[in-house]
Design a protein around this ligand. Sequence first.
Ligand code: GLA
Length: 399
Amino acid sequence: MEELRRAFADRYGVKEPTHIVSVPGRINLIGDHTDYNSLPVFPMALGQCVHILYRARENPLVRLVNIDPQFGPLEFALSLAVNPDPPGGWGNYVKAAGQELALQFPKLNGLEGVVESTIPIAAGLSSSSALVVAAAIALIQVNNLSLDRTDLMEMLARAEHYVGTRGGGMDQAICVGAESGTAARIDFDPLRFAPTLVPPRWRFVVANSLVRAEKSGEARDAYNLRTRECNEALQIVAAILGLEKEISSYATLLSKVEVEKILTAADQALSDTLARRFRHVVTEGVRVTQAEHAMQVGDHETFGYLMSESHRSLRDDFEVSCPELNELTEIATDAGAAGARLTGAGFGGCVIALCTDSSVGGVLESLRDNYYSRRKVEHDLIEALFVAEPGGGAEVVEL
Ligand code: GLA
């Protein structure tokens, strides 16, 4: 906080900041690449957050500086058509929030502030969605707007399409709505949010592969390609089942037809690639419900098994893993984790491994020795390897 205050004073002079907004990153425990297919996800917020220390301006200008020197200052005016920075620029996540709010609320005032993130960047832990949410919440506060929480979650998912990734609504929803000590099952269309207590002895280890998972460039193209493949597969399967009029989403398909029958139809009707994409989405949707139940009854082993099955499906059928993520999951399970999987979009980023309070020490040690030490990365391990604390959602504090 002191560093943020100093940076604020350096940049904006004597006037004091009035508020600080804090928004957590997340890990997804199970259910990846399901949200944009209107099937559920089961994420948990982290203790690590994006913070913006700010005060209101009396005009539409937004001015932000980032504590991290690799990110230059940002300045733009809120409007219905905000010009984006080049792809990959951090400012686009702030602009995404600003433009979406401007579309709904004319004559917005801007703000000036300082941004800091304790969420590792490009690690698949949703630092970018946390920034979208933080910017939106700060702008909502300075303009005294009131928005229903579910509407806000849905609006922010839409807002982030500004950066060019056709993402679903998981990240923004968990960043806004998380409750400390819980994970949440989130369903879509319409959005529903149901927290479950994380059993006190369960530990989720987060291990960063150190392969950057950027939300721009190649990973963005691969992600968007998956969204198109999933849509195409759904339409073909609905047609072969003679249900194209009734079925508009994976959720309606699963509510009308048995899983076995759906998968058999898919194998007959789809090309090899589309059949594998489709199988991942359908089986992953089923695993979310099974995993939610396993957590509710404290069934650690089943939850771990489902995580490992999910990883296999993301690796072989959805093809969004990479050798480093696979290696990390193997090291973790060999060292006694009940299960391990990549988390988030994949293409790099982190794995999570389910441990207990007694197995967690051995798993951490083995990851350190067998992954990081071999790559001679021992310095930044606090950010790369940690035990996730189930954190709360977005918060604004008046100073
Ligand atoms: C990214 C997207 C989410 C979700 C995950 C994969 O994090 O932002 O909407 O699709 O990938 O589950």
